[in-house]
Design a protein around this ligand. Sequence first.
Ligand code: NDP
Length: 300
Amino acid sequence: MGASIIDGKAFAATVREKVATHVARLKADHGITPGLAVVLVGEDPASEVYVRNKGKQTIEVGMNSYEHKLDATTGQEDLLALIDKLNNDPAVHGILCQLPLPDHLDEDLVINAIAPEKDVDGFHISNVGLLGTGQKSMVPCTPLGCLMMLRDHLGSLSGMNAVVIGRSNIVGKPMANLLLKDSCTVTIAHSRTKDIEALCRGADIVVAAVGRPEMVNGDWIREGATVIDVGINRIPAPEKGEGKMKLVGDVDFASAAAKAGAITPVPGGVGPMTIACLLANTVTACSRANGLEEPEGLTA
Ligand code: NDP
């Protein structure tokens, strides 16, 4: 039997609706409009597209969007001064500094200069520590989106065997911590792991966050398992014409879908959830900052 497709695009729309409902309530009941500040240094074309999409979706759910575009030559002190200003601005509830930063800037220093309660990317060392110790934190957007889809599809994750392939700070490690918090038995695999295939075959949940096109195939997947494909890889698509490219995940969709119980496609799976979760984190940060009830179903 073929897998059911977990539609990230549709799910992201429901997350945005929930965010919009909570924003409307904050405005009507408390006169508060959540605000998200996005800082972009330099002119990386991919980052500019992300920032534009973030700004557009922020406004669509009724929040204020503050974009700060800085010259590629901006110095560390000037960037830190802007972050300090945003940290102290009561109209700003979330701050995101678009990565990667130009080489002359110290990414760790900049991320850790953001006030942890406004760190909607969840990359600040305090938030990493809080998540690692199972406490309330700001959670990185991509793994939060994966968790929401898994909970929606499977209900309780308690007792399930989960394999996370990839140990990056932005996806693999926080994903593993979130699954552990939901009482999964978690294995983290990486480039030195022996016999990943066998590990995956024992998993109820496989999350692939590797950056290797279609590495995970159907032979690795246990019958009925749930497969979350985080990968976004651009590869040549000669079938579409000379020089054409297409997006694929870290999972070979066709063979994995023949074995899995459920699977996220690429595109249209995890990708759309990431910005939706950024909006969710911003409304959560705003609610916490004002001592108000957090939106239901939008946090870890
Ligand atoms: P990183 O490059 O930071 O990490 C990749 C991880 O995969 C590393 O831990 C690495 O192991 C591991 N790895 C590499 N090769 C192998 C292999 N052959 N076998 C097993 N493990 C391997 O990537 P990210 O975590 O940032 O991103 C992963 C993927 O997710 C990318 O395709 C990226 O584009 C995508 N992504 C998608 C997002 C979305 O919104 N959907 C958001 C963020 C990322 P080691 O540590 O040993 O080197």
